[in-house]
Design a binder for this molecule. Structure first.
Ligand code: CA
Length: 122
């Protein structure tokens, strides 16, 4: 009887251990550096560097950049929307605000961050 109880305790601990692990995943901590810091001229590029982003559990991270908002008529895009460091080429002759969205996933959870940048015309 004691052996059976001990065995049940071990099984319960193993099951709880696995369940606990899948529930205790921590999401990525997003850190982004934007260059230049101030508004740039329309047609210039912004660099977004998320290479300092990390995961508390050491999980492998994937990056997905998108444009949540662009000035009317703008067709700006990223050079590589799945890289940790991306360049946003803004539209020539169109000034206004861009809202850049980054979703970083660790395969289980994701962290979303948004950044406002703007361009000006001469
Ligand atoms: Ca994680």
């Amino acid at each position: 009887m004691m052996k059976r109880i001990a065995l049940l305790a071990i099984v319960a601990a193993v099951v709880l251990g696995f369940a606990g692990c899948s529930l205790c995943n921590l999401p990525p901590v997003v850190i982004v550096t934007i260059s230049p810091e101030s508004p740039t001229w329309a047609g210039d590029s912004y660099e977004f560097d998320a290479s300092q982003t990390s995961d508390p559990d050491g999980d492998t991270l994937t990056f997905a950049w998108s444009l949540a908002t662009v000035p009317a008529g703008a067709i700006a895009s990223f050079d590589d929307a799945t890289s940790a460091v991306v360049s946003l080429l803004t539209d020539n002759e169109i000034d206004g605000a861009y809202v850049v969205r980054l979703v970083v996933s660790d395969g289980t959870d994701s962290t979303t961050a948004e950044f406002d940048v703007a361009t000006a015309i001469f």
